[in-house]
Design a protein around this ligand. Sequence first.
Ligand code: SF4
Length: 226
Amino acid sequence: MESGARDKVPFDIEAVLGRIRQEVRGFADAAMFALAAQGHATLFEQLVACILSIRTRDEVSLPTSLALLRRASTPEAMSRLTPEEIEALIAPVTFPEPKARQIHALATRTVEEFGGRLPEDAAVLQSFRGVGPKCAHLSLGVACGHEAISVDIHVHRVTNRWGYVRTRSPEQTLKALELHLPRAYWIEINRLLVPFGKHVCTGSRPLCSRCPVRTMCQQVGVSHPR
Ligand code: SF4
């Protein structure tokens, strides 16, 4: 039976994220957090992995990132590969040819312009082709501990269903979360909501019947929950 408005209790972001933290324990980490746990935690490595993850499932992008970074994990080593060699190494992801060119340009410019070390600056990171706000913020968060919110489609969908934000695009969600979300959760929200959005609050037919935050969630726009 669906929960009606009378079953709801006031939304408490701390309690919600605490319950989701428990819920996602058994699920795989989002690709970039998993990569960091395996020792690939520099800003360059995280940015490369984020470019590879665009429009590609974690199950594909994670092993592909590992294969590429095992071959070349620094800007210097990556810049010595040709775009064609990079393309061959990243063939399983979507758009390997433009992504290979972007990664090669990222490595080369990092060496030539920044002495081999990427600046911890979201604006500079977004000046590279293929790097948008999501990748810049997530890389800075995971690699450097910067308090930056990364909004992907899961974070956008779940926070809107809660009724915590009311926005039409991930860009608007980022702005709304920067206003409302306590800074302590700025990095963690992506880490929690990516697996939660994949396994529980799914794009179609979310698993509301077994969701640990159902009593606090307004289930905005959810018409066919499981
Ligand atoms: S699964 Fe349902 S109850 Fe849980 S967060 Fe998503 S919409 Fe809300």
